[in-house]
Design a protein around this ligand. Sequence first.
Ligand code: 13P
Length: 341
Amino acid sequence: MNLTELNKVATAMVAPGKGVLAADESSGTIKKRFDAIGVESTEDNRRDYREMLFRSTDAMSRHISGVILYDETIWQNAKDGTPLIRLIEQAGAIPGIKVDEGTQALPMCPGELVTVGLDRLAERLKKYYERGARFAKWRAVIDIGSGIPSMTAIHVNAHALARYAALCQAAQIVPIVEPEVLMDGDHDIDRCYEVTSRVLNKTFQELRVQRVALEGMILKPNMAVSGKKCAKQASVAEVADKTVRLLKACVPAAVPGIAFLSGGQSDEDATAHLNAMNTLCPLPWRLTFSYGRALQAAPQKAWSGKAENVAAGQKAFTHRARMNALATKGEWASALEQKAA
Ligand code: 13P
């Protein structure tokens, strides 16, 4: 393992003014997104949609540091035969790959899940590296409910995340470590804070036990937010304050950067929260985005599967990428959203 090189890639992923596009929806998830805009989820439609994003040259070269791909996409060619992964490289962004294989029910823990995909991961990482991937992603899912999460679920998921991260680094790939505490449910922000803190502490404990080099990884956490069904929704300032406090308490300064998931927040909330955090300087690590829905909901709607809407889709994507890029520097303001509209 060459830690200097890993650190270089990790640092580039969180460069000021840039963030990660999570375009790694599994076949099931992209079908759900396409259903919502009335588009059939065929291999060609998935290709056309992602090609539209990766050919948004302005957004890709100025605001996007890296793209997380799904297995199908990393092997797929654009309409003109160019591999999609080359479009990303040509724009100056770094290709990455989702390597977990989804979740399964966790035995003895009703309602809880464990992420799977460690078997043969070493061989798969080797192939992805040869294809050009320089970072990877593994997502663990922790739900908040009555009596959950159990310490069992937190422990097994943290263990798997660390196993994955160590295998990535051995394959010269930067691991994005993503322990996602879901924002579904009616819990308040303090409960989210408390659960996320247990999850992060366990995750870093496992990372240390399994000898993962913190300088060569990126953390992808949820923010401390109120559950979607909670009657009392925390303000932008409270989310920013509590999330930064939580991360300072749990995340070692050796980690080069933290790239948040959007997790079902509205586009503008995800941007506003990131922006507010980046005004709370100084911070020990870079804070940026690794958004899926909060970057793609607008372009998906604008595109709606029609070739004549590609320019509109690219415009919507470029706008969201630029807003979030500004938020990585604490330079976003909601007036910029209205101006563009
Ligand atoms: P969302 O931003 O839509 O939560 O997706 C990010 C992601 O990669 C989840 O694994």
